[in-house]
Design a binder for this molecule. Structure first.
Ligand code: 5GP
Ligand code: ZN
Length: 114
């Protein structure tokens, strides 16, 4: 998708610290981390957000959820605990219109979130 910053990361037009990649998924460190470990997991295909998901995306979403526990283990945040966040729309603070899962760990998180 032209002009999409995460599509540019997928295309390697913008550099990123990639921590995982397969044919359909890319995971990289957030440029502005809010936790000691802050990784974004995205589909390589441009999907605007959770509201754009449909049955055709089921394999991609399954793949992302199976990568998350692997990454949590590899990044050393599994035992203490971690959080997965997907923001949708302005009230939740979604700032990049390309579906992304935040994987956050390395500190305690409050609940409910602010
Ligand atoms: P959102 O606010 O949409 O849920 O999350 C977008 C995230 O993307 C933010 O945490 C922001 O720091 C991150 N981000 C925005 N632009 C870039 C970039 O160019 N590179 C990386 N690695 N992260 C980015
Ligand atoms: Zn995109």
């Amino acid at each position: 998708m032209e002009g999409c910053i995460f599509c540019k990361i997928v295309q390697r037009e913008i550099p990123a610290q990639v921590v995982y990649e397969d044919e359909v998924i890319l995971a990289f460190r957030d440029v502005n981390p809010v936790a000691p470990v802050h990784v974004l997991i995205i589909p390589k295909e441009h999907i605007a957000g959770v509201l754009s998901l449909n049955q055709e995306h089921s394999e991609i979403i399954k793949g992302i959820w199976l990568v998350i526990p692997k990454l949590a283990q590899e990044l050393g945040i599994a035992d203490r605990g971690f959080r997965v966040v997907v923001n949708s729309g302005p009230a939740a603070g979604q700032s990049v219109p390309h579906l992304h899962f935040h994987l956050l760990g390395g500190r305690a998180f409050s609940w409910p979130p602010g």
